[in-house]
Write a protein that binds this ligand. Structure first.
Ligand code: ATP
Ligand code: MG
Length: 582
């Protein structure tokens, strides 16, 4: 775990030159403050003991200058580190975000929004914190526990050995005891992500809770998770605190041995032994103090590592099966003829059994350029799946889907999707203004174009009645609009896209019959002469199209014009009968 995390940190923060140089500056300052000070004080004491007062004063001045220079270097180092850190932080956030948004659609279907949001936060935050952790106290503690020991080993080997003993035994003990708590830590971080996921899922679906009068259920779930998180925290802390007692004993014994050794070797006639006493006492004091903060630091460190580690799995290629070809073909669309040739497809299931959910086997659909096809069928027939496959949100298992003879797997996904104006079953609106929702991240479109698209989708009228017209914010996922209004905005967006292929998946399902009729009449204008696939439950919507495909359980069971299908008196006929009778 540690190795993976540090490999990652080295590959990200480790690349920053300012950070590397800055670290050297900080180290230099630390050396002066934590190591050099004691040495110079010992030398001054020895000189005083030997009566060399002039030398002692001289050393004090040297100390002053060295300390000031050290502080200056440290300050510059700090600034450089901040600079490197900030730059790498934003790069990392961008890269991780890029990774998170470029997964296959199945990834977002399988994961909770809030969970992923907290993964994102935990990733960038804990990486940054881990770095700050080292730049800050941790590095100082490491220096205070290593360099003084080395100095003591040289100046008085026996004392040095006792000091080394204290440090090594302590370190082993702390690392061992902290590792005992790792399982609690991992579980606590996982619960944290789940709790965030749960809360965001609830807020998103608040209407469902409130309308059912079951807010209590939401409370119970969150209470359970929060209590569990707190309990794990307690277990972890209790363990750490209990492990602390033996540690204190080890420190006391070790330092007493070191001091005894100094006392034994001291002689009042030898001025240099005064220096050694001062050096030993200062260093031992420093070691005791730093050893005391060590458990907290190791705890903090392991905490950050266990937080960062699970987020690294999102850096892998998992859920990135749908890839652009190495040498993408250009998708030149002239007629926009669409062919599904012997297509077979099943959805992956993440159940224990790993069984797949079959939707199509050997599906063949041939749509000529400019042809406008309606798709009908009972719920679950595979209509939306058809749209998913054409957009390459999922990859087919057998056969091929082509546009003007070009296999959609041979072109860039963005290029493919730019050629298709898609209105999904559930209109997807952003928490932005109506205008932005229609223009859809395109800054180049003019207001006139937006308005003309809105008019075509019969949305202009209601938009102008909104409090701020086109500038009105629609709320998260368009919550401040009615279902039919959302759909009309989504249609306007599709109109504005001017793509050669139109793909409507129940684009008018939420409209009342009057608005639906208006849209239905406007459909020829909206679609124009483009190739279109229009999925609809309400048959009247698609009755006027060139051809109607009736799907049932992933198969085409009937196809033809509205009139010919009625004549057939088959499935379409009975659906039509049912709907017109209503
Ligand atoms: N992401 C998914 N994972 C697993 N199975 C899925 C997924 N999406 C759809 N399915 C299944 O695939 C089948 C076809 O679903 P699809 O959404 O294509 O139906 P549909 O014809 O659009 O239905 P509706 O009219 O209700 O929109 C259904 O059995 C459905 O349960
Ligand atoms: Mg559907």
């Amino acid at each position: 775990m540690n190795r993976a995390v540090y490999k990652y940190l080295l590959a990200t923060y480790g690349r920053s030159v300012s950070l590397r140089v800055g670290m050297v500056g900080i180290l230099a300052q630390m050396f002066i403050v934590r190591v050099y000070v004691a040495i110079v004080m010992a030398q001054i004491a020895s000189n005083i003991a030997a009566g060399h007062l002039g030398n002692a004063k001289h050393l004090a001045l040297v100390y002053l200058i060295v300390y000031i220079i050290g502080t200056l270097i440290g300050t510059i180092g700090d600034l450089l580190c901040h600079d490197g850190e900030n730059r790498t932080y934003s790069q990392m956030a961008i890269r991780f975000h890029d990774k998170l948004i470029n997964k296959d659609l199945s990834f977002y279907r399988d994961n909770q929004t809030g969970y992923l949001t907290s993964v994102f936060r935990q990733h960038v935050d804990s990486a940054m914190e881990l770095l700050r952790f080292w730049r800050g106290e941790a590095l100082g503690v490491v220096m205070s526990l290593t360099v003084p020991v080395i100095v003591l080993l040289v100046a008085a080997p026996k004392v040095g050995l006792a000091a080394a003993g204290v440090v090594i035994v302590q370190l082993l003990y702390i690392v061992w005891s902290s590792a005992r708590a790792n399982s609690y830590r991992k579980a606590a971080h996982e619960i944290y992500r789940r709790l965030t996921g749960e809360v965001s899922d609830e807020i998103t679906n608040m209407v469902a809770f409130k309308s059912g009068g079951v807010e209590q259920v939401a409370q119970t779930t969150v209470r359970k998770l929060a209590t569990e998180e707190a309990h794990l925290f307690w277990l972890r802390r209790r363990k750490a605190t209990l492990y602390d007692f033996p540690r204190g004993v080890i420190t006391a014994v070790g330092t007493t041995i070191a001091v005894y050794l100094v006392i034994d070797g001291a002689s009042s006639h030898n001025p240099s032994s005064i220096g050694l006493i001062i050096l030993t006492i200062t260093y031992m004091f420093q070691i005791i103090r730093n050893v005391a903060v060590l458990p907290g630091l190791v705890l903090n460190h392991d905490d950050l590592v266990t937080k960062l580690y699970p987020t690294l799995q999102y850096q892998t290629d998992q859920y990135e099966l749908i890839r652009d070809p190495v040498e993408p073909q250009e998708l030149v669309v002239n007629r926009a003829a669409i062919n599904f040739e012997h297509v077979s497809f099943s959805y992956a299931s993440h159940s224990e059994k790993k069984a797949r959910i079959p939707v199509f086997t050997d599906l063949n659909i041939h749509i000529a350029g400019g042809e406008q096809v309606g798709v009908v069928g009972l719920s679950g027939a595979g209509k939306s799946t058809l749209a998913n496959l054409l957009l390459r949100f999922d990859d087919i298992e057998g056969g091929a889907i082509t546009i003007d003879g070009i296999d959609i797997r041979n072109v860039r996904q963005t290029e493919l999707r730019r050629k298709i104006a898609y209105v999904p079953q559930e209109p997807l609106l952003f928490h932005r203004s109506v205008r932005e929702n229609i223009a859809y991240y395109d800054d180049t479109v003019s207001d006139a174009e937006v308005i003309s698209a809105a008019k075509a989708a019969h949305a202009h009228e209601f938009i102008t009645k909104l409090p701020d017209g086109y500038a009105t914010t629609v709320g998260e996922r368009g919550i401040k609009l009615s279902g039919g209004q959302k759909q009309r905005i989504a249609i306007a967006r599709a109109v504005l896209k001017k793509a050669p292929i139109i793909l409507f998946d129940e684009a008018t399902s939420a409209l009342d019959s009057e608005s639906e009729q208006i849209i239905q009449r406007a459909l020829p204008e909206i679609i124009g002469k483009q190739t279109a696939i229009v999925v609809a439950h309400r048959l009247s919507t698609i009755a006027g199209l060139d051809r109607i495909i009736v799907m049932h359980e992933g198969k085409i069971v009937e196809e033809g014009t509205h009139a010919s299908l009625l004549k057939k008196k088959g499935r379409y006929y009975s659906l039509w009968q049912k709907q017109t009778r209503q």
